[in-house]
Design a protein around this ligand. Structure first.
Ligand code: HMG
Length: 373
């Protein structure tokens, strides 16, 4: 049975800063951020654009023209949920008025949480338990580090929503040949109650590369048993764009990574944690789907802490039309100054209006409220 990604959509905050502006404000050579880390811009979410709002917007986009009665499962991968108990997926179900017959839950393991959701959906369908139904998988996060820290230029925010089904249009996943690697490390974490992550930055880069080597070896061993020995492209988890180039060099030596295609959205949005790998896939397909139809793509997902998975899939026949307008999400954003960004980062209450389709409006009687237009 062919199983995989049938449709994909993105939601991002309405504001961003240019990394050159941030570098100048921090007294850093702008080339460090643009060439050293590989970014151009960074999404800035105000409190009204929380993880739920971004998830709901991406989901609404991916479900446009789709009959929600075909769904049987909704899973949100996130590490920046809004409640210790009530999952983001539950808010999304209510905001989009999705069927009450759905199985609904969140998955968490740092940036791997989205892949955990995807794998659960793939297994559910491939096992036959789905009984012909499809799954809605959403990756949604707000990536935050402290102001003036080395991690500051690697923040971002956004959501990627995907419909997972049989006979998928976008990417048919090679179920059963993943390679995985998990090691208990303190490379990146966020203690309860803190909005900003703690990170041992250079160590986290090494943890990522170590896990990549083990996960890729596992994939390669299983893939070769099925006669699969080459990949047309590889998409990586992208905490900052240079990381994907380091990862590619780690696996394949000093070869040129086609950064323009696989990273053009990541470079303008930043790290979106669980969705970063899928944002890279969206970048690649929005730029090169036509030439990649029928080709095999490698995918590496990394979640600090850590766990990781290398898997692969074949680009589907309708990937071109399904991914052509993905970059349009960048068209209506507003560039803000570093001063405005710092003001927004200090906010704890949503701005009165943010122009969003779905937004968090505040807490009433200890219950989070959302407006949907
Ligand atoms: P840093 O120490 O400020 O930067 O922080 P650096 O000194 O290492 O410089 C960075 C690069 O810029 C280097 O390139 C420099 O040479 C270059 P490299 O040697 O690495 O190729 N550079 C310049 N280039 C051009 N012109 C210049 C210039 N100056 C320097 N003038 C660090 C870097 C990534 C550590 C920091 O930003 C950080 O802590 N980021 C957050 C952690 C992170 O993203 N880790 C990635 C792996 S962990 C992961 O992916 C999981 C995660 O997504 C979370 C989750 O799973 O939930 C983070």
């Amino acid at each position: 049975m062919r199983v995989g990604i049938d449709a994909i959509a993105i939601a991002v905050p309405h504001r961003y800063i240019a990394l050159e502006d941030l570098a100048r404000a921090r007294g850093v050579d702008p080339a460090k951020y643009t060439h050293g880390l590989g970014g151009l811009e960074m999404a800035v979410a105000e409190p009204g654009e929380d993880t739920v709002a971004l998830a709901a917007q991406a989901a609404r986009r991916v479900l446009t023209g789709y009959d929600p009665q075909k769904l049987g499962l909704l899973v949100v991968g996130t590490e920046t949920g809004v409640d210790h108990s009530k999952p983001v997926s539950s808010f999304v179900q209510g905001l989009l008025d999705l069927p009450q017959t759905l199985r609904v839950y969140d998955t968490q393991h740092a940036c791997y949480g989205g892949t955990a959701a995807l794998m659960a959906a793939l297994d559910w369908i491939a096992s036959g338990a789905a009984d012909g139904r499809s799954a809605l998988v959403i990756c949604s996060d707000i990536a935050r580090y402290g102001l003036h820290t080395p991690g500051e230029p690697t923040q971002g925010a956004g959501a990627v929503a995907m419909i997972i089904s049989r006979d998928p249009d976008v990417l048919s996943i090679d179920v059963g040949i993943s390679g995985t690697a998990s090691i208990h490390v303190h490379d990146f974490w966020r203690p309860l109650g803190q909005r900003e992550a703690q990170v041992d930055g250079h160590y986290s880069v090494q943890c990522y590369l170590d896990a990549l080597g083990v996960a890729f070896a596992g994939w390669k061993q299983r893939a070769s048993l099925r006669g699969i020995d080459s990949l047309a492209r590889v998409c990586y988890h992208v905490p900052f764009c240079k990381m994907a180039k380091k990862a590619h060099a780690h696996l394949f030596g000093d070869v040129d990574y086609d950064a323009g295609a696989a990273l053009h959205l990541n470079a303008r949005i930043g790290n979106i944690y669980t969705g970063s790998l899928y944002l890279s896939l969206a970048s690649l397909l929005s730029a090169q789907a036509a030439e990649l139809v029928g080709s095999r793509i490698g995918m590496f997902s990394y979640g600090s802490g850590c766990t990781s998975e290398f898997f692969s899939g074949v680009v589907g026949p309708r990937a071109v039309e399904r991914t052509a307008d993905l970059a349009d999400v960048l068209a209506h954003r507003e560039r803000i100054s570093v001063g405005e960004y710092e003001r927004i980062m200090a906010l704890t209450e949503p701005l009165p209006r943010n122009g969003g389709e779905v937004r968090f409006t505040g807490v009433v009687d200890q219950r989070r409220q959302y407006a949907s237009s």
